[in-house]
Design a protein around this ligand. Structure first.
Ligand code: 5GP
Length: 193
């Protein structure tokens, strides 16, 4: 039987915990899901691996890929910082008979839905409050003051778009949010079999 690959998109503000949810699902079901590794022009953080967290490329390379039509979607997520989903990633994972999990920004997530429609499940990960989001970003210690402020500013705008997602999951407790996400994904896969 031909594999009917699906796309599961996790979006939400930076610091909402979407990456932790995606990682938990990937490690629980390694044969069922694969992670769409995006390309980015931002610098690598400690602990990140090229080709696993992201494909870290220069702005020039990124622009070349745009010109060559290699992206399904791309965004200048923060001023001067580009992120994009490569067509080759979806092909690679579907060839392995894995459904694709995305951890991308809100605009990117909605664009994937527009393109692939019924094959996509979109999940918005909502922080319990902006205060909580600020705390998490601080604890993460990945941002300087400027990028911290940019991320907080962007968060309020992103939250306004939550209504356009198939599901909104409030991440007030990580384990519960993981469980709810899993339930929604399994329901979707069953429905679309
Ligand atoms: P970070 O720099 O924290 O890894 O990611 C910043 C934002 O860019 C996050 O919201 C992340 O989900 C988003 N992002 C990562 N990859 C992509 C992508 O391929 N496309 C889009 N549109 N956003 C992405």
């Amino acid at each position: 039987m031909e594999f009917n690959g699906k796309l599961i998109v996790f979006s939400g503000p930076s610091g909402s915990g979407k990456t932790s949810i995606v990682k938990a699902i990937l490690s629980k079901y390694p044969d069922m899901f694969g992670f769409s590794v995006s390309a980015t022009t931002r610098v690598k953080r400690e602990g990140e691996e090229d080709g696993k967290s992201y494909y870290f490329i220069s702005k020039e390379e990124f622009k070349k890929k745009i010109e060559n039509g290699e992206f399904i979607e791309w965004e200048e997520v923060y001023e001067g910082l580009y992120y994009g989903t490569l067509k080759s990633e979806i092909q690679r994972l579907h060839q392995l008979h894995k459904h694709v999990l995305f951890d991308i920004d809100v605009e990117g997530g909605l664009n994937i839905k527009k393109l692939y429609k019924d094959r996509v499940l979109t999940i918005f990960v909502m922080p319990p409050s902006i205060e909580d989001l600020k705390q998490r970003l601080k604890l993460r210690r990945t941002e300087n003051e400027e990028s911290f402020n940019k991320r907080v500013d962007k968060a309020s705008k992103e939250i306004e778009k939550a209504i356009f997602f198939d599901n909104i999951i409030v991440n007030d407790h990580l384990e519960n949010a993981i469980q709810k996400s899993e339930e929604k994904i399994m329901e979707f896969l069953k429905e679309k079999q």
